[in-house]
Design a protein around this ligand. Structure first.
Ligand code: SF4
Ligand code: SF4
Length: 135
């Protein structure tokens, strides 16, 4: 579905927060798509990293949140090492997760996990998941 960009949808405070939290100048991205080609999770992402960067450049906070891409990102840093503009995209993804978590949005609800899953999952994977996906 096409995204509408207008004065109402552009959230400049969101742009500043992403820049500050990630330490990255997201406006350096020139949409080459190299990050998506390097991303091992690209087959699982509803929205490719290049598009997430574009939406972040325009301050489209809601659209970025709805994409859920930053939850699926495995923080592998493949995109960061291949970006020709030197953008550490993994840090941008982490900033997007943090901004969502700060609104008390949990991507995984520990109390709702099926007991079979809790029994079978390695503890270290559970702890890692909760650290990354719960506020
Ligand atoms: S590789 Fe870098 S410049 Fe290219 S689309 Fe991704 S973030 Fe933007
Ligand atoms: S850090 Fe995330 S977005 Fe970047 S290549 Fe790895 S999984 Fe993909």
């Amino acid at each position: 579905m096409p995204i509408t960009i207008s004065e109402k949808t552009i959230k400049s405070d969101f742009i500043e927060k992403v820049k500050k939290l990630s330490g990255q100048n997201i406006h350096k991205c020139f949409q080459c798509g190299t990050c998506g080609g390097a991303c091992p999770m690209s087959g699982q992402l509803a929205t490719l990293p290049r598009k997430i960067m574009r939406m972040a450049q325009f301050g489209l906070e809601n659209e970025v949140a709805e994409s859920k891409t930053f939850w699926t990102c495995a923080s592998c840093h493949s995109c960061s090492v291949t970006c020709p503009r030197g953008i550490d995209l993994a840090k941008v993804m982490e900033a997007l997760r943090q901004l969502s978590l700060r609104k008390n949005v949990n991507y995984v609800e520990p109390s709702k996990l099926p007991s079979e899953t809790v029994k079978e999952m390695p503890q270290i994977a559970m702890v890692s998941c909760f650290r990354k996906m719960t506020s």
